[in-house]
Design a protein around this ligand. Structure first.
Ligand code: ADP
Ligand code: TPW
Length: 576
């Protein structure tokens, strides 16, 4: 019996079931033993009974219409709770449909375990052609943090424990757990089965930084003339909210939140440099990255976006992240809570924010906020992104506990700037990959895990990737309001094909009535064309508990292709 087994619980399980246990029940028991309360999934051979047995045992099972949404929902659960979300897929194509979301979770450092049934090994390995045949583990290995397979019923407990440990510890990520159909059906002695399960102790242990590494960072920050702190979604994930806030406020340092770190400190905090982003990045001489990577989202730390002479301090749980893009003058490896505590302890008043730098940032913020206010208050007809978002901002302000899910191109760029966040971990978006299709999965994950209202702000193209999950939302009666910014296009909606009657590559139907989709499933739909109508619809939607979709007509001529990423399109010889 493994040392960490809790014999009492296991014996109780075994007694209740008589003398025998099968793989299905052992998977469910192992998950329960590890406090898994919800499974997201889509059933079929060989996992249908697994979902049924899980449900009968008291685990909540949420069934989806497409596996990628199920895995996105579990990944969202992982981000919000700091415990791996669990999802269930069928062999072959079902597994592959989920894999994109598992890879996305890994890219975003969200802990999630995708458990998939798989076909008979002796048929798959000789490529004899089985139903949904695929060598899933070798495929998953390349896209996940790790991939494991349970080949014997005796190893189910070990497999689940290993998957949970790997997903949650160190840099979190997606783990694939392959359970062949034969193992689910395998039967063993119940006591032996129960004794083979164990509960993972301290799945994400604290990791303390070395004192000299902390002193190095304090010294650098103390000598800075234009210091800056960048908070990333790793900082939000770490649930070190009070330590982070205390450090920022005690030192007075200006901070810049990455999109999913918004709300860690409120967006209207006087030390926020969000409205002076270009000046902050271009001017800082010492920047401390807290759970944020110097990837494309931060211009790889390169000039001219960044000051060429800037020195970097980086806090991360994964030491191989350091020096991936720029020299890291003060690497701080550890979990963010522990590192922040060490910084607070060893700082002793040395770090301050030079008043001149703070004034510069404040003045730039005032100018930029005034510019934005002018754009927001304009009331063009037809309605543009800013008009719609002003209306939404004013209604959402009264609901700080609502979760915001956001995807699209222009819809993402504008909403990120206009909708302020006041509470940590309440914003979920396209993240590290800039992926479309997270919308309904994340919204469902957030609603299921928290019971709070969720508002999904969706480009019309973005929404299409997971739109069928409206049925899931209605089936479970989740408190989700989907707002589709309908401008009839992937990006803008005014492109024309001059050579044939086919729509252009970026064209979608401007006349689409997404509100009618939700009505097919018994939800409430609104179609709005002005900020006043949007205000009324959203207010009513948030006053209700039921699922709502607001189709919001947006001028198809405004916005830009690829949003603010236009310059990432390769140039070539020009358009046809
Ligand atoms: P953003 O996109 O918001 O800039 P990233 O996803 O690029 O954020 O960065 C998140 C970073 O946070 C990753 O490098 C990850 O290793 C790190 N991280 C995640 N959890 C923790 C934690 N508990 N402690 C320290 N670092 C963490
Ligand atoms: C999985 C490429 C980036 S943004 C986008 C696509 C298709 C949709 C933009 O149109 P939308 O937004 O949503 O109507 P808006 O506000 O500009 O009107 N496939 C995947 N991920 C990505 N990122 C793409 C394609 C893309």
């Amino acid at each position: 019996m493994p040392a960490t087994t809790t014999p009492q619980t296991n014996r109780a399980i075994a007694d209740a079931r008589g003398n025998l246990a099968d793989g299905y029940h052992l998977v469910v028991d192992a998950l329960q033993l590890n406090d898994v309360r919800t499974i997201y999934g889509l059933v079929g051979i060989p996992i249908t009974d697994l979902a049924r047995i899980a449900q009968a045992s008291g685990i909540r099972y949420i069934g989806f219409r497409h596996e990628s949404s199920a895995v996105h929902a579990a990944a969202c659960a992982g981000f919000l709770t700091k415990k791996p979300g669990v999802c269930l897929t069928v062999s072959g194509p079902g597994f592959l449909n989920g894999l994109v979301a598992l890879a996305n979770a890994t890219a975003n450092c969200f802990p999630v375990v995708q458990i998939s049934g798989s076909s008979e090994r002796h048929i798959v390995d000789l490529k004899r052609g089985d139903y949904e045949e695929l060598d899933q583990m070798s495929v998953a290995e390349r896209f996940a943090k790790a991939a494991y397979r349970v080949d014997r019923v005796h190893d189910i407990g070990r497999g689940i424990a290993r998957a949970i440990r790997t997903a949650a510890s160190g840099r979190p990520g997606g783990v694939y757990l392959d359970i062949p159909a034969a193992v689910l059906g395998e039967v063993i002695d119940a006591n032996e089965g129960a004794a083979s399960l164990w509960k993972v102790v301290d799945p994400a242990p604290r990791q303390l930084p070395a004192p000299e590494a902390v002193d190095r960072a304090v010294e650098l920050l103390a000598g800075a003339r234009r210091p800056l702190v960048v908070l990333g979604k790793g900082a939000a994930y770490a649930q070190a909210d009070s330590q982070i806030r205390q450090f920022i406020e005690e030192t007075g340092l200006p901070f810049l939140p990455m999109s999913m770190a918004k709300g860690l400190l409120p967006d209207d905090h006087p030390q926020s440099a969000a409205a002076a982003r270009s000046l902050a990045l271009g001017g800082t001489d010492v920047v401390m990255l807290v759970g944020a990577r110097l990837n494309w989202l931060l211009g790889h730390g390169e000039a001219p976006q960044w000051n060429r002479d800037a020195k970097f301090i980086q806090i991360d749980i994964q030491s191989s992240e350091f020096d991936s893009n720029q020299p890291i003058a003060a690497p701080l490896v550890g979990d963010i809570g522990s590192v922040m505590e060490a910084l607070l302890e060893r700082n002793r008043g040395q770090i301050t924010a030079p008043p001149r730098w703070r004034d510069e940032l404040r003045n730039r913020s005032v100018t930029n906020i005034a510019k934005m206010a002018a754009q927001l208050s304009a009331d063009p007809h037809p309605m543009g992104f800013y008009g719609a978002l002003r209306a939404m901002r004013d209604v959402v302000r009264a609901h700080p506990q609502a979760y915001i899910v956001n995807e699209g191109a222009n819809t993402l760029d504008f909403a990120r700037n206009v909708i302020d966040m006041h509470v940590p971990r309440h914003r979920l978006d396209s993240g590290t990959w800039g992926i479309m299709g997270i919308g309904m999965g994340y919204a469902i994950g957030a609603a299921v895990e928290t019971g709070n209202r969720v508002i999904a702000i969706e480009g019309d193209s973005a929404f299409g990737f997971s739109g069928m999950e409206l049925e899931t939302i209605c089936r479970y009666q989740l408190p989700i309001v989907v707002v589709v910014f309908n401008n009839g296009g992937v990006y803008k909606g005014d492109a024309v094909n001059t050579v044939s009657t086919d729509p252009s590559p970026t064209t979608l139907m401007l006349s689409a009535r997404h509100d009618m989709l939700i009505e097919a499933f018994g939800g409430k739909g609104y179609s709005v064309a002005t900020p006043a109508e949007l205000t009324a619809a959203l207010t009513e939607a948030l006053a209700s508990d039921g699922p709502v979709l607001i189709d919001c007509m947006i001028d198809p001529t405004v916005g830009t292709e690829s949003g603010h990423l236009t310059n990432l399109n390769p140039k070539g010889l020009g358009q046809a």
